[in-house]
Write a protein that binds this ligand. Structure first.
Ligand SMILES: Cc1cc2nc3c(=O)[nH]c(=O)nc-3n(C[C@H](O)[C@H](O)[C@H](O)COP(=O)(O)OP(=O)(O)OC[C@H]3O[C@@H](n4cnc5c(N)ncnc54)[C@H](O)[C@@H]3O)c2cc1C
Length: 477
């Protein structure tokens, strides 16, 4: 297909969507493109890192589902993915023995079931309200009915509501569950939602795309097409020159010309930069969609221990605070500790504990020092697990800072209450290409937020990369 006159393509960003676009082009014998990547690595929000004796994922961690999931389809023949949800579910709720008594194990399964029932109902309902309000209304109602004859279980379940709201904030990647809309278009791929990478890291999927895994001998020639530390500052897309080419300017002063641009940075980046990034400005509906789509952040903290102080059958846990303990934290100015809401163990990296942090304090927790975060976690461990174990001091800490990284500004998109104001699905507006004076698409958009049903995921991001590569191939033909 390619000849010396074939049009050039500039892909902005080497995350899952950018790599998917590039590899799809290469597999169709089109190689006249470059990728401009702001950072010094590929992968974007897929970021696997060595920590201790194994890998950890600072970004995407689980393959969500086994049916109609491109990540699953690409990797399923290589015996990599492992089932993990059985050790995670039901949620193991930990609480202070001082405040809650007479709590039996079965409450974990009952409340986990109730949580998923209401959360799934909230996603499907036509009653448009905030996810936080919807969940609280139905949860409190259900708890009052279910435990009306058991005061201590009822008190426990009512206090667990805060934990479940943190879980929703984490699943949605929001800083406020009151900003997330019910009745969203997200579709779950059927099957296990928590397939792990068996110690290899999510980054394996990029190697599969680039033909480096399982056999590294014959990779696609993508390496020299990626230019690192090239932060794109401006895309001039409606030029007066006859061939209507696009001019891309980088922060280091370099300039690149091409026929088409594929824009893949997160909507966090677009929210901050949309006005200066495009000349002329993007159409108003596109700018409004960038403004209205939801984009918040979660945080992960990994701790490495020389020796495990927890038992082999410890499955991780979620923390349920009593109102009294919350009050103490509030008075001490330490309420942020409550946002560290879940502790995971990693089967493939057994000396590491992984803490999930969600909700409105995430941006300020990112700004804290390692010592401050560690002292909060040590307090948490002592309070909730100190009566069962003798916790020791970790030898290393590693944590994500997606919110403060200017090339992400958050974790993954969600449909906010505002995104329901237009009749067109917000993700479709984000995905629509921008055309030049001759109605030819010149600026194309890929990336997780441009997927109508799989937004917020890697399989969504990859599908959008393939979608835009196919669009390019049909334009170039
Ligand atoms: C903490 C966390 C946990 C997650 N967990 C899961 C999970 O378990 N399962 C799952 O499926 N998904 C998960 N996700 C979501 C998933 O990681 C993303 O949806 C997906 O990786 C997004 O890929 P993308 O290509 O759309 O965007 P990105 O990965 O953000 O790629 C965009 C690229 O553009 C670059 N860039 C930004 N600005 C510029 C610029 N101005 N110039 C040049 N380059 C620029 C960035 O550096 C980046 O490399 C998680 C994400 C996070 C952060």
């Amino acid at each position: 297909m390619e000849d010396s006159r074939s049009p050039g393509v500039i892909i902005v960003g080497a995350g899952a969507a950018g790599i998917a676009t590039a590899t799809r082009l290469l597999r169709n014998d089109f190689s006249n493109f470059i990728i401009l990547e702001a950072q010094d690595r590929i992968g974007g929000r897929v970021f696997s890192k060595k920590f201790g004796n194994g890998m950890v994922d600072l970004g995407a961690q689980w393959c969500h589902g086994e049916e109609r999931n491109i990540v699953y389809d690409l990797i399923k023949d290589y015996d990599v993915l492992k089932h993990d949800s059985s050790q995670f579910l039901p949620f193991q709720l930990q609480y202070s023995q001082t405040h809650f008594k007479g709590i039996n194990e079965s409450v974990n399964a009952e409340l986990t079931e109730l949580f998923f029932q209401i959360y799934e109902q909230a996603q499907d309902t036509v009653e448009i309200t905030s996810m936080g309000d919807y969940f609280s209304k139905y949860y409190v109602e259900a708890v009052e009915t279910k435990y009306h004859d058991n005061q201590s279980l009822k008190q426990f379940a009512l206090n667990a509501e805060v934990f479940f709201l943190h879980m929703i904030a984490s699943l949605e990647g929001t800083l406020s569950v009151y900003d997330v809309s019910t009745g969203c278009s997200y579709e779950e791929c059927k099957g296990d939602q928590m397939l792990t990478w068996n110690g290899k890291g999510f980054q394996t999927i990029l190697d599969v795309l680039m033909n480096k895994f399982p056999n590294p001998d014959n990779p696609l020639p993508i390496g020299d097409k990626i230019l690192f530390e090239k932060e794109v500052e401006n895309i001039q897309w409606r030029n007066d020159n006859k061939d209507g080419s696009v001019v891309v300017k980088c922060a280091d002063g370099s300039v690149y010309g091409g026929q088409y641009v594929v824009v893949t940075p997160s909507v966090g980046v677009l929210k901050a930069k949309v006005d200066e990034m495009f000349t002329p400005p993007l159409p108003i509906d596109k700018r409004r969609a960038v403004e209205d789509i939801g984009f918040g952040a979660i945080m992960k903290v990994f701790l490495l221990y020389e020796e495990r102080w927890w038992s082999d059958n410890f499955k991780g846990c979620g923390f349920v605070w009593s109102e009294e303990d919350r009050e103490v934290l509030r008075n001490k100015g330490d309420i942020w500790i409550m946002d560290i809401f879940y502790l995971f163990i990693l089967e493939s990296n057994p000396n590491v504990l992984c803490f999930f942090v969600s909700h409105d304090n995430v941006p300020s927790i990112e700004q804290k020092t390692d010592e401050e975060v560690l002292s909060g976690i040590n307090f948490l461990i002592e309070k909730f697990l100190g009566d069962k174990y003798t916790p020791t001091t970790p030898s290393e800490i590693l944590r994500s800072k997606w919110r403060s990284n200017p090339y992400f500004r958050g974790t993954y998109s969600y449909q906010s209450l505002k995104s329901h104001t237009s009749r067109t699905l917000i993700n479709e507006t984000l995905a629509a290409p921008i055309c030049d004076n001759n109605s030819k698409p010149v600026v194309l958009f890929a990336g997780e937020a441009t997927h109508s049903v799989y937004y917020g995921t890697v399989h969504g991001a990859i599908e959008t990369g393939f979608r835009e590569a196919d669009r390019l191939l049909s334009l170039i033909k």
